[in-house]
Design a protein around this ligand. Structure first.
Ligand code: SF4
Ligand code: FE
Length: 484
């Protein structure tokens, strides 16, 4: 059976000896740490739902390698239907968690590696494709969570990669080549879900040029390998998770995303784990394909979280007694229109997918980049409308501890009561609004919408490349009667 239960998943994490830090201190027991649990709960959901008959078709599929039933997050897409189901699954997961649920990076990277390693081998006679296939089969069979590491810290962006102007480690690179593997040094930023993953796949941050061979390196490595340290990023309101009475104040007490700056301090990578080692001309293809898949993913996951935001806005309008006001109805319609546009582009880029030389399916890059560029804007507008509907009380309301206080709780109850909603009910809805707009979920819904899967400029570059402006000029010339 290639599916783990969430209990087995937690046990498998507990067996790993990992180096995770928060606020300058090592987390001795990551399994019980309140900051890490909401992230893990999202991932547990991907295991639990695989056993629920109603989600079986979306969350699970059949491996083309083993014929076994596997989790779709570790799947290599065989056709357009797989690409469509991927986006539908992501929307569903966004709806269930109200958060970045952190398991998509490997699905998107795996498909990029599958097609790119095939093409590298064809050109150079290397054996990366088989190495990658063995790895993804292991992930499928053991139902592993694999994080993805793309973004280097970069330092001064104007400095040349590997040049003398700055510390070379600001881009992860090979520092030593051995008979049995390589030693790498450097760090990767914003690693989604890495604190609850088994392994990480590392790839270059961008296209590389001849002379940058040491930086054109890709591999997988278990997260308890020697030399790996994860430093959890701060999020607004994060320490509420460590308070005793803060269930209401969290807004989303169960689920949340987490990112970490991850250090690779002279980490040994054996040859069989390498998927790129100096072939600079393929670094760009790898990044472009991964980014394409992940930009398509955002049309699912962010639309799913958007559904929760629209629900939260409707709910607080009801509790505020403004539900029937025409301007509130109008705002809810606008939120829905924006949210469905994200989904439209996600689904469209799947429907227009194409078969790669390796035989798996790639999304349409123009539509996926348009999808992600919309994601850099629409969630901000959706959240603006959410804040408009919720009212200022979403950021000024007293705490749960005040509500529970024997001395002042009755004041909170009296003055926070809403339309057919007691203070606790109304506070819960308000805190969810706060969480989505400004709290821990905002990392995944707002700033991640801007910078995750690449910042807006990266999408504009791809849209420029894919936009076929010359072909469109010809169309215009034909209609206008302009001769060649
Ligand atoms: Fe998945 Fe979206 Fe999070 Fe990326 S941002 S890991 S696509 S939920
Ligand atoms: Fe992301």
């Amino acid at each position: 059976m290639a599916l783990m239960t969430s209990k087995e998943y937690i046990e498998s994490l507990a067996r790993m000896k990992r180096n995770i830090y928060f606020q300058g201190k090592k987390i001795e027991n990551p399994i019980n740490h309140p900051l890490l649990i909401p992230s893990r709960k999202c991932l547990e959901e991907t295991y639990d739902m695989a056993f629920m008959p109603e989600y079986e078709d979306l969350i699970t599929t059949t491996s083309q390698f083993t014929g076994h039933k596997i989790n779709r997050f570790n799947h290599i897409h065989r056709d357009r239907d797989d690409l469509i189901k991927k986006v539908k699954m992501q929307r569903l997961m966004g709806q269930r968690t109200g958060s970045c649920f952190q398991r998509c990076v490997i699905m998107d990277m795996a498909n990029a590696f599958y097609s790119t390693t095939y093409e590298i081998d064809k050109k150079y006679g290397t054996h990366y494709f088989d190495a990658f296939k063995n790895f993804i089969i292991k992930c499928q069979e053991e139902d592993l969570i694999v994080a993805g590491a793309l973004t280097d810290p970069k330092g001064d962006r104007s400095a040349v990669i590997g040049g003398e102007e700055q510390d070379k480690d600001l881009y992860l690179h090979v520092v030593e080549r051995r008979e049995d593997g390589v030693i790498v040094n450097g760090a990767k930023c914003h690693l989604t879900g890495i604190t609850n993953a088994h392994e990480v796949v590392v790839l270059p941050t961008q296209a590389m040029r001849p002379g940058q061979e040491d930086y054109a390196v890709a591999f997988h490595i278990p997260l308890d390998a020697e030399g790996i340290t994860m430093i959890i990023g701060r999020q607004s309101c994060d320490t509420r998770k460590m308070e005793d009475i803060a269930d209401i104040d969290l807004g989303n007490a169960k689920y949340g995303g987490i990112e970490a700056l991850t250090i690779f301090d002279n980490v040994f990578v054996p040859n069989e784990n390498l998927f790129l080692n100096g072939e600079t001309d393929f670094a760009g293809m790898l990044v472009e394909r991964f980014a394409g898949y992940h930009r398509n993913s955002y049309g699912g996951c962010k639309a799913g979280v958007g559904d929760v935001a629209i629900g939260a806005a409707s709910l607080i309008a009801q509790y505020n007694g403004t539900e029937n006001a025409s301007h509130v109805k109008d705002k809810l319609v606008e939120m829905t229109q924006l949210n469905e546009q994200l989904y439209c582009a996600g689904i469209a880029s799947s429907c227009e997918g194409w078969e790669t030389k390796a035989g798996n399916y790639m999304v349409d890059l123009l539509l996926a980049n348009v999808c992600k560029l919309n994601v850099t804007r629409y969630p901000y507008e959706i959240v603006r409308l959410l804040e408009d509907i919720a009212g200022g009380i979403m950021v000024t309301a007293p705490s749960e501890a005040d509500l529970r206080s024997p001395e002042i709780g009755h004041y909170v109850e009296k003055y926070l009561t809403g339309h057919e909603a007691d203070a606790e009910t109304r506070l819960r809805a308000l805190r969810l609004c706060e969480n989505l707009a400004l709290g821990t979920a905002a990392v995944g819904y707002r700033t991640e919408s801007m910078h995750g899967a690449g910042s807006p400029q990266a999408q504009k570059i791809m849209i420029t490349r894919q936009g076929e402006f010359n072909r469109k000029k010809d169309l215009a010339k034909h209609i206008a009667g302009i001769a060649e």
